[in-house]
Design a protein. Structure first.
Length: 294
């Protein structure tokens, strides 16, 4: 929310989900962190748009651990909605998101506008319209997840894009492997995008882990975040045909440089070396399974 408010990228919907902090910003939200958010948003968005273009939007998106993400509304504004857009998170998070959607017309209106058919289905832990579905489920149990998604008209024959941003790292390697295996075996044509930590066995990575542990935040799946190779290997071992992984410094260097210069001018970056180290400890991985040669 802070990054959007100072102009790193445009997101007119985030204000309806997240309140602006009273003080200007928390000290740990420094330029390095904002630069990483910027690269993450643009990197993930680039892959999503490539998938929508390839499938001509005749596909579905499943956003895993979606939290307060606003992608559905932004895609609608761009006229790029897939056939159906699913979001999954813990029931408690979903309940909060549904409350925001119901109480804020700029959020509910686009759902109503894209809806056709019978009345909208909505209860405390799920919302289902013809183009957007919000599902409360625990991603560690893929059979429960599949059952809930199918109840909301998931079509396993449609090309499917699954997105997980900082989600798999909170599960044990066995749990994330079973989620990836489920996705690879359920959809004949699919792509999986994963954004999370990498290179976590070096000193910098260890300090990151210690800092998070101090805040009672344990990364149950951190052992898979050893390297770009271990990230790719997990995808290939669980049924995906191709896998790629690049660190965020590489992503940052691929972004349109005129815009990178613009955001670098927004705030003074005194710790360039620290920024580069931080960016080398996050990555975007993507895998695909393509029986129809998209």
């Amino acid at each position: 929310r802070f990054a959007v408010s100072v102009g790193y990228w445009k997101d007119p919907y985030i204000q309806y989900f997240v309140r602006q902090a009273k003080e200007r910003k928390a000290p740990e939200i420094n330029r390095g962190k904002l630069g990483r958010y910027y690269a993450r948003v643009h990197g993930v968005s680039y892959l999503i748009h490539a998938f929508l273009k390839k499938t001509e939007c005749n596909c579905q998106i499943v956003n895993l651990g979606a939290g307060m993400d606003t992608l559905f509304w932004r895609l609608k504004d761009e006229n790029l909605l897939p056939r159906k857009y699913f979001e999954v998170d813990f029931p408690m998070i979903v309940a909060r998101k549904i409350h925001n959607i119901k109480s804020k017309p700029p959020l509910s209106k686009p759902i109503m506008e894209s809806h056709s058919g019978d009345s909208l289905l909505i209860d405390s832990h799920s919302l289902d319209s013809s183009r957007y579905s919000l599902v409360g489920a625990d991603l560690r149990f893929s059979s429960d997840l599949e059952e809930k998604l199918k109840k909301h008209n998931l079509d396993t024959h449609l090309p499917t894009l699954l997105v997980a941003e900082c989600v798999l790292v909170y599960m044990t390697p066995q749990q994330s492997a079973s989620l990836l295996k489920w996705a690879a075996s359920t959809f004949p044509v699919a792509m999986f995008i994963n954004y999370e930590q990498v290179n976590m066995t070096d000193r910098f990575g260890q300090i990151m882990i210690e800092n998070l542990q101090r805040r009672q935040c344990n990364l149950a799946g951190v052992e898979v975040c050893r390297s770009l190779d271990s990230q790719k290997e997990r995808l290939l071992l669980n049924g995906w045909e191709t896998a790629h992984a690049i660190d965020m410094m590489k992503v940052y260097s691929f972004l349109p440089q005129a815009d990178v210069k613009r955001i670098e001018g927004l705030e003074f970056l005194d710790e360039k070396e620290l920024f580069e180290q931080l960016m080398q400890h996050y990555c975007i991985c993507w895998a695909s399974k393509d029986s129809s040669n998209l």
